[in-house]
Design a protein around this ligand. Sequence first.
Ligand SMILES: [Zn+2]
Length: 175
Amino acid sequence: MNRRFFLTSGLTLGAVAVLSTQSLAAAASNLTGATNGGRAAKTSFRKVIKTNAQWKRILTPEQYDVTREKGTEAPYSSPLNEIHDSGTFQCVSCALPLFSSKAKFESGTGWPSFYQPLAKQYVHETVDKSIAGEPRTEILCARCDAHLGHVFKDGPPPTGLRYCMNGVAMKFVKA
Ligand SMILES: [Zn+2]
C-alpha cells in the first residue's frame, strides 16, 4: 500500500514537474518574443516556403501584391471590416490562424484591427524602414512570411496594441 502510494505521488509530482517546465518555457518564449519580435520563439509548425511564381498561381493579384510585395490595400476596401461574427482570421496564403474575432475592435482606420494575435509565435515582427524617418513594426505570418500589416502602440486595453491588418491578406472562418 505504501509503495503504491509512493508511486502515485511520484507520478503526480512528475506531472507537476512537466507542467512547470512547460510554463517556464512558455514564459521564456513570451519574454523572447517581447524583446526581439518573436523571431526566436519556438514554433510548432513547419515553414511554408514557395517561389514567387508558385505564390502567383495560388493567390489573386491583390493578395499577391499585399502579401509578397508588401502592398497596402485601400482603406475601407476589405469586407472583413464589417465582420462581427465569432470566428478566426487566417492567413490567406497558408491558413495559419492569426487573430480571433474576440480581439477585433473598430479602430476607425478602415483596416481590420486587433489588439492581439491568437498566439505571439504565429506572427513575426520586423522593422519596416520604407517610410524615411518613420520606422514601423511590420507584421508577417510566422509560417509563410506573408506581409500582413503593421502593429502600433495606440490600441485599446488590455494590450494597448493595434494590429492594423490588410483584410486581403486574411480569410475569415466562422466558428
Ligand atoms: Zn501564412
